[in-house]
Ligand binder design. Structure first.
Ligand SMILES: Cc1ncc(COP(=O)(O)O)c(C=O)c1O
Length: 381
């Protein structure tokens, strides 16, 4: 590297705060031909995609590819017994699910907004989504581990598995009849974790953002058992955005088709293998530095399990490194320290319902950024 660019990169703040999946860009540059898409000026003009579908704005081609990729990967039941509701990212669907669950018939008489909880450390998007609109229907209720359910008031529990931020495989914490579970399976794909079974929950959320890296498409989907619940989720998306961009759906369908073809028809597009290799390399480097320097601790992940998709034992390779500061300096807020002293922007533990001794680092950034991160992490002891 030339001296001047080395100096530049030394001062540049690298942003590892968001789980922005730009690491996949290099894959799509090289192997993305099968995902090429041409849209004519006259196409996709109507609001409607399929008036006969419960989710009337869902394009049949996108629906086909969603069901197909789940069948190939085996990570979720997505046959005709499930209704598919799409949203502008799974972020919109999380809100849609909260709306649908808190407007179920027969809920009248329960007191106040329905609590929304999740086991800490939880995805920082949940409290924000639950409280942003100051809804009278639902509100953030905090850590599921310390939450005491009301005997007659239902609550909603968000279960993220593998978990953002710490990669753990989570199950519901609150097991009673008042619990509505929303299973956020954004990271239940083979590059991050072994696929051990087809998830089969009442409400499951997925997103193209973490599956293929196309966060800019803003497309998520929910697999929903109950038709009335799915209908209310559709209503939420209808009222908020009158559906979801058809251009995006065509693009997402083309992307998913390319991935599925890569596995079913021997195409070149082996996305999950690329993702696993990349994540394994990145984790090896993170572990190496963490071990050598002793300033940070990492969680122990479950031992490798048999992955039905890969047909071999596979390790857990979470999308984020969840680091705990264990060094000798008196640092309470590790995210601020990383930013001011090492120009690394990352998200502090407080945002996830724990302490700022923890920090979440995205491992999904472009290779150059990741390399700079490793270089800077190596200088902290
Ligand atoms: C656990 C989890 N759920 C949902 C989302 C939101 O995804 P989308 O881009 O589909 O809105 C994210 C994004 O970081 C996430 O980490």
């Amino acid at each position: 590297m030339a001296a001047s660019s080395a100096a530049e990169s030394k001062d540049r703040v690298i942003n590892l705060d968001h789980g922005d999946p730009t690491a996949y860009e290099s894959f799509w540059r090289e192997s993305g031909e099968g995902a090429y898409l041409k849209i004519e000026g006259w196409e996709n003009m109507s609001y409607f995609s399929d008036r006969n579908n419960l989710c009337w704005f869902l394009l049949p081609v996108f629906e086909t590819e969603i069901r197909r990729i789940h069948r190939i990967v085996g990570n979720a039941t997505a046959d005709e017994s499930r209704h598919i509701v799409i949203g502008n990212g799974s972020s919109q669907l999380f809100q849609a699910a909260l709306f649908a669950l808190s407007t179920q018939p027969g809920l009248t008489g329960t007191s106040g907004p329905m609590p929304v909880v999740s086991a800490a450390p939880y995805y920082s998007g949940y409290p924000a989504a639950a409280d942003f609109l100051k809804s009278t229907l639902y509100k953030w209720g905090g850590d599921a581990n310390t939450f005491t359910p009301h005997p007659s008031t239902p609550h909603n529990e968000a279960i993220c598995s593998p978990n953002n931020p710490d990669g753990r495989l989570n199950n519901p914490v609150l097991l009673n009849q008042n619990s509505n579970n929303i299973h956020d399976l954004a990271y239940y794909w083979p590059q991050y974790t072994p696929i051990t079974k087809a998830a089969d929950h009442d409400i499951m959320l997925f997103t193209i953002s973490k599956c293929t890296g196309h966060a800019g498409c803003r497309l998520g989907w929910a697999l929903v058992k109950d038709a009335d619940l799915a209908r209310r989720m559709v209503k939420f998306v209808e009222l908020g955005t009158i559906g979801v961009s058809k251009d995006s759906q065509h693009r997402a369908a083309a992307i998913l088709r390319a991935v599925s073809n890569g596995y079913e028809s021997g195409g070149a597009c082996k996305l999950f293998h690329f993702g696993r290799k990349m994540m394994a390399e990145r984790w090896e480097r993170v572990r190496e530095v963490v071990k050598a320097k002793g300033a940070f601790g990492l969680l122990e992940y479950p031992p490798p399990s048999y992955c039905g998709f890969l047909r071999e034992e596979a390790t857990h390779l979470p999308a984020f490194a969840w680091l705990k500061y264990e060094g000798n300096q008196d640092i309470e807020d590790i995210a601020s320290y990383l930013k001011t002293e090492h120009s690394i922007e990352a998200r502090g533990g407080r945002n996830f319902g724990t302490t700022d001794k923890y920090v979440r680092i995205s491992l999904l950034e472009r290779q150059k950024t990741f390399d700079v991160f490793i270089e800077r992490l190596s200088s902290i002891s």
